[in-house]
Design a protein around this ligand. Structure first.
Ligand code: PMP
Length: 416
């Protein structure tokens, strides 16, 4: 039977097997034909504590008894108010206002619009955004504009706005720092947007905290807004609750999504400083923040996020993250094959390249590896020839072993 469903980032012309999942628990997915898959990439980096965490599921069920959905323009509800208050307990102190939306891309669009609105409402319009080479911030037009140009957005490039790009901070980060200094001296941008410490979709590229801090300090000194896109890095992935903590920095704007609800339902927030909020606060209606989406701060999603925050407060999540980090290190170190190069790790994330003479995103190796891993009961989806492991924090030793055994087997059987 052919399905009318059009899947994201899926080439239907290749007629690949599309597993039909009926149930999920912890780090495991179960299909209608009785197969079990280990979710080695947390279902696109969202599932933090594990699938169907009982407290999050219960919070969703409980909220459905009371309030399903509410317009959020000029109306409010308890789950959103509680979530906003509790977020301030765990995010950097200067962030004092929270704007809700429903996906990582939208949280980035909101961040960019906040930055431009801030400068316009102050009477000092600035229109340019500075970005880091190889970044990814989402797939809507604005989010694509501040991301790397490549095969994924080739068709839409005429619509994307121009940005100022600083190099990815290789080695000591001097070139990136110098480029930002130059940019600020010539024509200060409205904002710099970065993925702190690790560029996810750009290929799990890691750079050190001192470079992140240097970039943040330049922005503070030059009056350029600093946007931290923690959509992927947030909620413990890099070893700390937020990656910015490792550099000891507070951004002016921070984007969160994915693990905000433990990965159960869609929700995003864009946190901003009082200055940015105040720039929009006025008796002039023309200065309000013009952004909304229908499901902004959906009460059921907020209830899931409140349960996630309670899990962080009350369960040993940090210990689980430390433990997973250690177990990941052990297995990555033991992975020894000439087809596997550039092994690296940040917190709970490991990544490596499979040697591939045609190594770009469309390399034939990615679907071949994907098929190989699926055949071994794994959801492990390489990006080009980059293989990475980003499991839910609850994954057990046997499942983690299965992932690394399969990677080694792939190096022997699939690699060129
Ligand atoms: N920013 C980053 C750093 C991301 O990794 C992603 C998604 N992978 C996004 C933004 C976009 O999030 P979403 O897919 O929820 O729109």
């Amino acid at each position: 039977m052919t399905s009318p469903v059009w899947h994201p980032f899926t080439q239907h012309g290749l007629n690949e097997d599309i597993p039909r999942v009926v149930r999920a628990e912890g780090a495991a997915l179960y299909t209608d034909d009785g197969r079990r898959f280990v979710d080695a990439i947390s279902s696109w980096w969202v599932t933090t504590h594990g699938h169907c965490h009982p407290r999050i599921m219960a919070a969703i069920r409980e909220q459905t008894n009371h309030l399903d959905q509410l317009i959020f323009a000029g109306w409010t509800h308890a789950p959103a108010e509680a979530l906003a208050r509790d977020l301030f307990e765990i995010t950097p102190a200067p962030l004092q206002h929270v704007f809700f939306s429903d996906s990582g891309s939208t949280s980035v669009e909101v961040a960019l619009k906040m930055a431009l609105g801030y400068w316009l409402n102050r009477g000092e319009p600035r229109h340019r955004i500075a970005v880091m080479e190889h970044s990814y911030h989402g797939d809507t037009i604005g989010a694509m504009s501040v991301g790397e140009r490549g095969v994924y957005n080739r068709a839409y490039q005429p619509l994307l706005f121009d940005v100022d790009t600083i190099p990815f901070p290789a080695a000591d980060g001097e070139a990136a720092i110098a480029a930002l200094e130059r940019l600020c001296a010539q024509d200060p941008p409205a904002a710099l947007i970065v993925e702190p410490l690790i560029l996810g979709a750009g290929g799990m590229l890691i750079y050190p905290p001192h470079v992140l801090k240097a970039l943040r300090d330049i922005c503070a000194r030059e009056g350029v807004l600093f946007i931290a896109d923690e959509v992927m890095t947030g909620w413990g992935r890099t070893g700390t609750l937020f990656a910015c903590e490792q550099a000891g920095i507070a951004p002016d704007i921070m984007c969160l999504s994915k693990g905000l609800t433990g990965g159960a339902v869609p929700l995003a927030v864009t946190l901003a400083t009082r200055d940015i909020f105040d720039a929009h606060r006025s008796e002039d209606r023309g200065k309000m923040f013009f952004h909304s989406s229908s499901y902004t701060a959906n009460p059921i999603a907020c209830a899931a996020a409140n349960a996630n925050l309670a899990i962080w407060r009350e369960e040993p999540v940090r210990k689980r993250i430390l433990d997973l980090t250690y177990r990941q290190t052990k297995r990555l170190n033991a992975l020894d094959h000439s087809a596997i190069v550039n092994k690296r790790q940040l917190g709970t994330i490991t990544a490596m390249e499979f040697v591939d003479p045609y190594g770009d995103y469309l390399s034939a190796m990615a679907p071949a590896l994907g098929r190989f891993f699926r055949g071994r009961g794994l959801l492990l989806r390489p990006m080009g020839n980059t293989v990475y492991v980003m499991p839910p924090y609850c994954i057990d030793d046997a499942d983690l072993d299965a992932i690394y055994d399969a990677i080694l087997a792939a190096a022997r059987e699939v690699a060129i």
